[in-house]
Design a protein around this ligand. Structure first.
Ligand SMILES: [Zn+2]
Length: 322
């Protein structure tokens, strides 16, 4: 994916996500059981996605994978809304594409939005060979979807007193280097045409490339500027859980990812958990947009760390202690 670079402007959000608290009346200490995230399940969800083939919008493999995501989320008790749209990318026009919005506890007012893209890239432009052929997208696409599906299972088995929404964005990863707007087409569309209508969340967390061996998550810069408090919460909790080696307290290059459009078009704060493992957090893993983005680079430890942190964020938010 996507453009990385210096920030040239701020996004202006019209909403406030702060809780109203009364400092003179401290709330009694609450606690909540955080269920254990299964990296084995998440890993199997990546294998399953890869088994469908390349998830390129407009193909039968893509459609079958999307239908499996919908069925799986329904099995976990979510109310699912499929949002169809057409996308133009890499010389193709009017390609049938769809976002999948899956809601748990749809009537609760406090909600957290998790997101990932479920398409995989049509070309391998960063590879040395077969640059015009598709990539498996085990990490780039597959990992975020897998972590979300496992979290949905946990919630289905461990009641949570909060709304949790899972949005699977389509056509994120079909852009070109000439145009920043050519990426994240599903998020651009959803941000301007939200389903459900008037949808709002406390804040969102995007998961992109969260499963590779050697992953390092710095504080992505658009999130840092536009959703600093929310990013602080997640990174602080990760540190408390002993995962500072994954969630580094340093600034990471700005990425024009789905979260950018959820904020800009949709007016919802959203942070990005995205691996930029090089020393100055300015580039993605070596496998990025190559044929090496396959199951061999996936680490169950990385999946477990990310999955457990996000799960802890949700259950702590549900009792208002984060
Ligand atoms: Zn990508």
């Amino acid at each position: 994916m996507k453009y990385i670079g210096a920030i040239s402007f701020y996004l202006f959000l019209t909403i406030s996500c702060k809780n109203d608290t009364n400092p003179s009346a401290p709330a009694p200490k609450k606690s909540v059981q955080i269920p254990a995230f299964s990296a084995d399940n998440a890993y199997a969800h990546i294998e399953k996605q890869l088994a469908f083939g390349f998830r390129i919008p407009g193909t039968s493999e893509h459609k079958a994978c999307g239908e499996w995501i919908i069925k799986t989320m329904e099995r976990f008790g979510a109310r699912v809304i499929r949002q169809d749209f057409n996308s133009d990318f890499l010389g193709k026009t009017e390609v049938p594409s769809f976002n999948i919005m899956a809601q748990i506890n749809p009537n609760k007012s406090k909600r957290i939005l998790l997101g990932a893209h479920w398409d995989s890239r049509l070309i391998a432009e960063k590879d040395d060979e077969r640059q015009d052929e598709p990539i498996p997208g085990a990490d780039d696409g597959g990992s975020g979807v897998a972590v979300m599906l496992e979290i949905a299972r946990l919630i289905s088995e461990n009641t949570i007193d909060m709304g949790v929404d899972f949005i699977f964005f389509d056509a994120e990863d079909q852009g070109n280097s000439e145009s920043q707007d050519s990426w994240a087409l599903g998020a651009q569309y959803w941000g301007s045409n939200k389903v459900p209508k008037e949808y709002m969340a406390h804040y969102g967390i995007l998961l992109d490339m969260v499963g590779a061996e050697g992953a390092i998550f710095g504080r992505e810069e658009y999130s840092f500027i536009n959703a600093r408090d929310e990013q602080d919460k997640v990174w602080t909790l990760a540190a408390r859980m002993g995962y500072s080696d994954f969630f580094r307290d340093d600034t990471s290059g700005a990425v024009m990812d789905d979260h950018y459009w959820v904020m800009k078009n949709g007016g919802i704060k959203m942070i990005d958990i995205i691996s930029q493992p090089n020393d100055n957090r300015s580039s993605f893993g070596d496998y990025h947009h190559t044929h090496d983005d396959n199951i061999d680079i996936i680490s169950k430890r990385t999946l477990r760390v990310v999955g457990q942190v996000v799960t802890a964020v949700l259950y702590n938010e549900s009792i208002g202690v984060l």
